[in-house]
Design a binder for this molecule. Structure first.
Ligand code: GCU
Length: 559
């Protein structure tokens, strides 16, 4: 698959998914034995895209695996694109090293120039092992699938190559027009040459520039879009922007909207908005993170039917197709990197952790910048924000994100808000708290919010908007009871209803993301997570509703 609209008219792109040769490398000897030159004979087949753990016998295989296939290169210049490989990948073509990529949920590509037309051999090493400094770490509460989880593509290039397009805008005061800024990265693949670059907006050519192209050129356009319709919740007005050279082109879709926060509230297009959301893992028991598009649409329909206007992509960048669907359906999205808590202070102090986080944030923002549905960047989740090291990390990430994108809101999810010393470095405060499940009953919410008011004042952040980024409890699907006991559907439904009531009553909360949409497989021990799933879904893993789905629906539809 790929984007849900046509990105290219001139450029031909072919998927090289399908069955690849595959072999596990539990001892990690493939590199020293140069498997990229001599691939072992006794291989299996693995479908791309997929998570290898869901093939029979590989459920608990974590570590290194190798993939290989022949590819048919039909043009002298091309681009080899991987839309996602969990979590670290190294790539060779005909035994020659092309490069590597860290981070399983974003795409990466290699430019191939002056190639011989014909069959070539592509070898990929994928490693999903983890420790305390990997993102995600080895204890994160979801399943650590491995594999080439998203499509692989070969783009045929001619003499020029448009590698990216960044589109930003500034709305006029009355929201009916906008200044639009388009920045394309374009290179010539055959040495310096003059090119005409055209800009199309909403199906019409509106500008042209003649440029001497070299290896890498930033080409900028600026124009006014008049009489525009805003992109809004349930009003997904999208506009296509396209840049083109004589033999390449790149289109993307944008929406005009403004997200802001002031005086304890969040505003979309000038109107105060209550975020009615769910946390969602892009995971399904049969497909893992290689999530099919048909099921994405179904998830979205279920979520909309619940009365939601937003989704948190917990806890990693979601696939491009899902973001396209959100753009097309007018649903707000919170996108984050898999920087998930429980690291010790010593681990947080290791420079590699921060450098990985900064790198992954940069990639996420650059790749997803044009999506109107994304209104929030999430920096991290439940890290040790009572300690100075977390202040240093949060400040650095916050400043980086602001420099990359000043048009969206930045936050992080804290599970220690009442003692958190990082709150200065976020645009609004997001709280994970599980009264009714971990410690304390739902009657504890009131005292908690009173405590927060005092702490926020002390921290000088009392003007910031506050949302509940996680709350909930587990229920086993089909487990009913007359009594209000834990793990029953009734208990979970009551917990969520009472919590949402308490949030509204507090007068402090302007958004709620239920933890979570559907039961999702986890790496945590079964003694801690029944069935090997995080069972706090308001649907089970096959998307069958629990009683809590209807309880939340009743609340959200009234809000
Ligand atoms: C955490 C975390 C989730 C986790 C949840 C839980 O706060 O952010 O990823 O799964 O709580 O305990 O169920």
């Amino acid at each position: 698959m790929g984007r849900l609209f046509k990105e290219h008219d001139k450029r031909q792109v072919v998927s090289i998914g399908g069955f690849w040769r595959f072999i596990e490398d539990a001892e990690g000897k493939g590199e020293s034995e140069e498997w990229f030159k001599n691939f072992p004979e006794n291989t299996e087949k693995m479908f791309v895209p997929s998570c290898w753990n869901l093939s029979l016998g590989k459920f608990e295989y974590f570590g290194i695996a190798w993939y290989q296939r022949e590819i048919d290169i039909t043009s002298k210049n091309s681009l080899l694109e991987f839309e996602g490989a969990l979590s670290y990948a190294k790539v060779w073509l005909d035994g020659e090293y092309l490069g590597d990529h860290y981070g399983g949920y974003t795409s990466f590509a290699f430019k191939l120039t002056n190639m011989e037309i014909g069959i070539h051999t592509l070898t990929v090493m994928v490693d999903n092992s983890a420790d305390d400094t990997t993102l995600p770490s080895d204890v994160a509460d979801w399943y650590r699938y491995g594999g080439i989880i998203r499509d692989v593509k070969l783009h045929n290039l001619g003499n020029t190559y448009i590698s990216s397009m960044h589109i930003s805008h500034e709305l006029s005061e009355n929201n009916d027009s906008a200044r639009v800024f388009v920045k394309g990265n374009i290179s010539s693949l055959i040495g310096e040459r003059q090119e005409n670059i055209t800009l199309n907006f909403d199906g019409k050519e509106i500008a042209k520039k003649t440029i001497t192209l070299g290896d890498e050129n930033a080409v900028e356009f600026e124009f006014s879009a008049e009489n525009i319709n805003l992109w809004d919740i349930g009003a997904p007005n999208l506009y296509t922007v396209k840049i083109a050279t004589s033999d390449d082109d790149l289109a993307d879709r944008i929406g005009f909207r403004r997200i802001e926060t002031k005086e304890n509230k969040i505003f979309l297009n000038g109107k105060s908005v209550f975020l009615k959301g769910v946390n969602r893992h892009e995971d399904h028991p049969e497909f893992g993170n290689a999530f099919p598009v048909s099921l994405m649409q179904k998830d979205l329909d279920i979520i909309r039917n619940l009365g939601c206007n937003t989704i948190r992509g917990s806890h990693y960048p979601n696939s491009k197709e899902f973001l396209d669907l959100l753009d097309e359906n007018g649903i707000l999205f919170w996108s984050e990197i898999p920087m998930w808590g429980e690291q010790s202070v010593e681990t947080l102090e290791k420079p590699i952790l921060l450098s990985r986080a900064l790198y992954m944030h940069t990639e996420m923002v650059n790749q997803y910048f044009n999506h109107p549905s994304i209104v929030i960047w999430g920096m991290h989740n439940e890290i040790e924000t009572k300690e100075q090291i977390a202040v240093d990390i949060t400040e650095k990430i916050y400043k980086l994100l602001k420099s990359l994108d000043s048009s969206r809101l930045i936050t992080y999810a804290t599970d220690r808000a009442e003692k958190d010393i990082c709150l200065k470095y976020c645009d609004f405060i997001s709280i994970n708290k599980y009264f009714g499940w971990y410690g304390g009953g739902t009657d504890a919410w009131k005292g908690f919010f009173d405590e927060l008011k005092v702490w926020f004042k002390k921290q000088g952040v009392e003007e910031k908007a506050v949302i509940m980024s996680e709350f909930g409890g587990a229920a086993l699907y089909g487990n009913h009871t007359f009594d209000n006991i834990k793990w029953s559907e009734e208990y979970q439904a009551n917990l969520l209803s009472e919590s949402i009531d308490a949030f509204i009553e507090s007068g402090m909360v302007c958004g709620t993301y239920v933890w979570h949409f559907a039961d999702a497989r986890t790496i945590r021990p079964v003694t801690d997570r029944a069935r090997g799933f995080n069972n706090k879904g308001i649907l089970n893993e096959y998307r069958k509703p629990k009683a809590s789905y209807f309880a939340v629906q009743e609340k959200y539809q009234k809000l």
